[in-house]
Design a protein around this ligand. Structure first.
Ligand SMILES: [Zn+2]
Length: 83
């Protein structure tokens, strides 16, 4: 494809080494890898950015046991729930 073979790729690599310098190549590679990782994370799990809705804890005024939102009477002691 595009007439590029292994020799041409090697020449491009050598030119890249000459342009950026041998010491900078790992730096470029790691920053590129980090950018790809960040991109993949944002694509795979966009819903994780949204924090979960806080659960409201309601306790019985008499026995202090946790009550569910739709309970109007405490099942443990029979006390009516206060608004
Ligand atoms: Zn109770």
């Amino acid at each position: 494809m595009f007439g590029l073979g292994m020799p041409e790729l090697l020449i491009i690599l050598v030119i890249a080494l000459l342009v950026f310098g041998v010491g900078k190549l790992p730096q470029i590679g790691s920053s590129l890898g980090g950018a790809i990782r960040e991109f993949k994370k944002s694509v795979e799990s966009p819903e994780k950015e949204v924090p979960p809705a806080p659960i409201k804890e309601i306790a019985c005024s008499q026995c202090r046991r946790p009550l569910q939102n739709d309970w109007s009477v405490c099942p443990h002691c029979g006390t009516k729930r206060e608004a």
